[in-house]
Design a protein around this ligand. Structure first.
Ligand code: SP5
Ligand code: ZN
Length: 398
């Protein structure tokens, strides 16, 4: 237990670090007699963060992804989530729940993604197998793309051939679509929505522990292991329940291209991303510092690209810069696409953060004092992914 006064609170607060509600109740009972001695005084003890975990995540299990001309084993594997879950349970870090099944999910999905894209996803596996029955043994990966923006290929005459349709809706061949991808991705969005409802109900923060990840998925495209943009779904849902300004602060190693694109022309959702410089790092074609938003959204996108090899000190300075911008924006809620592929041991990334650094990140995010939804994104050092994610949440709660 520690007692502290903070400049942004007029009252004293007593924070009780705890893992068990019963203990807290007892402690609170013991402490209460002392309370009048602190004047003015407020006794608060925040409950540990709720985690909504995707019970259907196993249904998405890609075999291989295309990398430099060959198929390599997928980095985005079911074990990632299991290791996080195990670590949260080991540390007794708060309730781990499944999302309620009566959430307004379809409306939340359609508020971010096009109906055509959602329909494409819903029948994609069926269509893939129909293309060739032996496809049932193989994940679906695209191999042809329209490159429509810069070239003469047409989007106004969409092909019927499913392999072509895959290329229409996917921007890379590293995102295998499997028999259960849609079910898993849908349930993941339900976790993000459940986390939103938890903070509305008064929780200080909630974590959507889900895979596949989401921040590379755009209004009508998949890619970067992502299908549905969980962070965007959460942010839009926060807007729809009345939060006037929502900030999305993406701390995954890779630029949150999908999220940026969803809200690029809007002033009510400020997107910020700290990531590997796209000149050398995936997703390559977006994430530069000069992308500041457009139209009404001009000024409401911030990219902080950092060179491969960046260590914590420099990375944390970027985080402080982003946090200052979120404050200035006067956000009423915060969404954090939480990737821990910034870790020094990550097999596909290039920053040098250490496990203990994630505690400081959680603390810094907490200082924004906003209702906060975190969504699980990248992080591929399977052995450490649990510790690193749990450290962020623990730092947030300390
Ligand atoms: C959510 C997220 O973190 N998505 C990242 C997608 C990255 N896809 C490209 C990965 C390139 C893999 N490079 C393998 C290098 C092995 N040495
Ligand atoms: Zn990433």
């Amino acid at each position: 237990m520690r007692r502290c006064s903070k400049s942004n609170f007029s009252n004293y607060e007593i924070y009780i670090a705890h893992r068990d509600n019963q203990i807290v109740r007892k402690l609170a009972g013991l402490l209460r007699p002392n309370v009048p001695k602190l004047a003015p005084c407020l006794l608060t003890y925040h409950s540990p963060m709720k985690t909504f975990h995707n019970t259907a995540h196993h249904m998405h299990a890609g075999k291989q992804e295309m990398f430099r001309g060959k198929l390599v084993d997928c980095h985005e594997v079911p074990d990632r989530l299991e290791y996080v879950l195990a670590e949260l349970k080991r540390r007794k870090m708060g309730n781990i729940l499944a999302p309620a099944d009566d959430l307004p999910l379809q409306a939340a999905l359609e508020a971010v993604h096009t109906r055509e894209y959602l329909e494409f996803l819903a029948t994609a596996w069926e269509d893939w197998v129909q293309l060739d029955p032996t496809n049932a043994q193989r994940d679906a990966l695209p191999s042809v793309w329209p490159l429509a923006q810069a070239h003469a290929f047409r989007l106004d005459a969409p092909p019927l051939n499913f392999a072509a349709r895959l290329g229409q809706y996917a921007f890379d061949s590293g995102t295998p679509l499997t028999a259960g991808s849609w079910q898993a991705a849908r349930q993941g969005a339900a976790c993000a929505l459940a986390a939103v409802h938890a903070v509305l109900a008064g929780e200080r923060a909630a974590f959507a522990l889900t895979r596949p990840p989401g921040h590379h998925a755009g209004p009508a495209y998949m890619g970067g292991y992502c299908f549905i943009n969980n962070a965007a779904v959460a942010a839009q849902a926060l807007r729809d329940v009345g939060k006037k300004r929502v900030a999305i602060l993406d701390i995954d190693y890779h630029h949150g291209n999908g999220t940026q694109t969803c809200f690029y022309e809007r002033a009510d959702i400020f997107t910020l991303s700290i990531h590997g410089d796209p000149r050398t790092e995936y997703p390559f074609f977006l994430g530069h510092a000069d992308e500041r938003g457009a139209g009404a959204g001009a000024g409401f996108n911030l990219n902080i690209p950092l060179p491969r090899g960046t260590g914590f000190e420099q990375w944390f300075a970027a985080l402080q810069q982003a946090i200052a911008q979120v404050r200035q924006f006067q956000a009423e809620a915060l969404v954090v696409p939480l990737g821990v592929d910034t870790f020094e041991g990550d097999p596909i990334s290039g920053f040098k953060l250490r496990s203990a650094d994630y505690l400081s990140i959680g603390q810094a995010l907490r200082e924004l004092a906003l209702p906060t939804v975190l969504t699980f994104e990248g992080g591929y050092a399977v052995g450490e992914v649990g510790v690193n994610v749990a450290n962020v949440l623990e730092g947030f709660e300390a």
